[in-house]
Design a protein around this ligand. Structure first.
Ligand SMILES: Nc1ncnc2c1ncn2[C@@H]1O[C@H](COP(=O)(O)OP(=O)(O)OP(=O)(O)O)[C@@H](O)[C@H]1O
Ligand SMILES: Nc1nc2c(ncn2[C@@H]2O[C@H](COP(=O)(O)O)[C@@H](O)[C@H]2O)c(=O)[nH]1
Length: 201
């Protein structure tokens, strides 16, 4: 299963995702994105992102190595295809944390994915979270908030919306969505296999 988590910058996607991954029994694989953005203090190459030059990123696009990519506030961000294919082929669930344009590219290529939109209680709170995080200049924060308006309009294209009011609430809601989607998949698979069997008769 492929799980996509989107939402405006600062809503808490990374915080919620880390809380899910930190829980015992978690068996998702996290897809590390590639970006041309400069690392923030404390961010590590190959852990938080694969940090690459614009030339390397564009070469990866041209050689078909990205599942999806988008330009977001002056930088490229994208999902390397190889890791996704290898993980899904190995029967493991993969978790992507990406912005809305990239998510819609994934949706058209992998419509069976589960698409979750994380939304803030309100836009003032979103801005406060970005300011409080302290990683971006006011100019960048304003650009990200500006983007958030159109991103929130895209929420209707997702399977689920979850409000990140309190981190533990959002974590539980997302885990519940994943649990019920896994049950749905295991219920549908036998019917599908039976249907394939019938068509082979
Ligand atoms: N439910 C919450 N209540 C209050 N603060 C929160 C909550 N969730 C996250 N935060 C804080 O908001 C800030 C932004 O969170 P985070 O970096 O996880 O957002 P993000 O959506 O991953 O952002 P980006 O898309 O820019 O990577 C952090 O300082 C985080 O501690
Ligand atoms: N389309 C993609 N968007 C991605 C990817 N990895 C991260 N992102 C999103 O970019 C913005 C900005 O991230 P930041 O780390 O600079 O704050 C945020 O919405 C991320 O979710 C990706 O592979 N593809």
């Amino acid at each position: 299963m492929l799980i996509v988590l989107s939402g405006p910058s600062g809503v808490g996607k990374g915080t919620v995702r880390k809380a899910i991954f930190d829980q015992p029994g978690n068996d998702f694989q996290y897809s590390i994105s590639m970006t041309t953005r400069q690392p923030r203090p404390g961010e590590k190459d190959g852990v938080d992102y694969f940090f690459v030059s614009k030339e390397e990123f564009e070469n990866n696009i041209q050689t078909g190595q990205m599942l999806e990519y988008a330009k977001y506030v002056d930088n490229y961000y994208g999902t390397p295809l190889k890791y996704i294919d290898e993980t899904l082929d190995a029967g493991k669930d993969v978790f992507l944390e990406i912005e809305v344009n990239g998510a819609m590219q994934v949706r058209s290529k992998r419509p069976d994915g589960v698409f979750i939109f994380l939304t803030p209680p309100d836009l003032m709170e979103l801005k406060q979270r970005l300011i409080h995080r302290g990683t971006d200049s006011m100019e960048v924060i304003n650009k990200r908030i500006h983007k958030a308006f159109s991103e929130i309009e895209m929420m209707q294209n997702y399977d689920y919306a979850v409000v990140n009011d309190e981190v533990p609430n959002a974590v539980e809601k997302i885990k519940e969505i994943i649990r019920s989607e896994r049950l749905r998949v295991t219920r549908v698979m036998p019917d599908y296999l039976e249907m394939l069997g019938d068509s082979n008769k």
